[in-house]
Design a protein around this ligand. Structure first.
Ligand code: ADP
Length: 255
């Protein structure tokens, strides 16, 4: 098989919840540099697929490979260290922390020191702290959040909160970013900003997979779309190809 440029491969993944088969032998391959859309009616298994890929669920059968390693049973924190970040359908920001601190906690760990070095007052700690703050400032700037750095994120408008979530996920400098319905609850202008943000994320070298109901957004962002229905992949192709596929039209008729 051609594995050149493959970042994520899902092979024959089944996820069984008691009597319910949320995913039924799902396979897909995502290449480095793609913006992939995952669409499908409610309950078709999209979030379950994200949970399997990011290690929150362990697949009942099948395998997941990320960045050249089999990660079927890898825990979420291991996948995060390996370069996989995600956002959730419902916002999960830390309300006790400022926006800046929400970014600081998520920064690329490969350059951090052990907590003991702080406790022991080692030389270099302050320089290191300055570097982390500079890195956080860079992320805030990049996502247009500098003005809100010291705010309580939960007091900010919803659209800004969603942007903070993406910024926090990107603070770890992931190779793969999973976005679960990033446009949910956004107004038209915010959707345009989101399109711009996702493109810049991909252009900076991070591969993106997004679950989305907003077909306009999928149309303008994704080169390839995977369509799920009742836990199986029923179509895959360009947005134009899939929206005209009879199986897809039929799957959405019940919505
Ligand atoms: P989608 O994201 O496409 O709306 P989901 O992946 O959230 O669909 O859900 C697919 C099906 O799996 C649904 O019927 C849902 O109720 C079920 N499901 C998801 N997670 C669990 C779970 N942890 N336990 C039991 N059933 C679940």
């Amino acid at each position: 098989p051609d594995t050149a440029g493959v970042l994520l491969s899902v092979e024959g993944v089944t996820q069984q919840f008691r009597g319910l088969r949320a995913l039924d032998e799902v396979s897909l391959v995502v290449h480095e540099g793609e913006i992939r859309g995952i669409v499908g009616p409610n309950g078709s298994g999209k979030t379950t697929l994200f949970n399997v890929i990011s290690g929150f669920y362990r697949a009942t059968a099948g395998t997941v490979g990320f960045a050249g390693t089999e990660t079927t049973t890898a825990r979420p924190y291991v996948l995060s260290l390996a370069g996989l970040s995600r956002t959730f359908q419902n916002l999960r920001l830390f309300g006790q922390l400022t926006v800046r601190e929400n970014i600081l906690v998520a920064l690329d760990r490969s350059r951090t020191r052990s907590i003991w070095q702080y406790a022991l007052w080692q030389p270099g700690v302050w320089a290191h702290e300055r570097r982390l703050r500079a890195q956080a400032a860079e992320v805030l700037q990049r996502f247009g959040l500098a003005d809100f750095a010291d705010a309580d994120p939960t007091a900010l408008p919803y659209g800004i909160q969603r942007r903070i979530e993406i910024a926090r996920a990107m603070a770890a400098r992931p190779r793969l970013l999973l976005l679960d319905e990033p446009a949910a609850g956004l107004n038209g202008e915010e959707v345009q900003q989101l399109i711009h943000i996702v493109r810049s994320i991909r252009d900076s070298g991070t591969t993106v997979i997004l679950i989305e109901h907003n077909m306009g957004l999928v149309m303008s962002l994704c080169e390839q779309v995977t369509v799920l229905s009742s836990g199986t992949v029923i179509a895959e192709g360009t947005p134009r190809q899939v929206v005209t596929a009879p199986e897809v039209i039929e799957a959405y008729l019940g919505e």
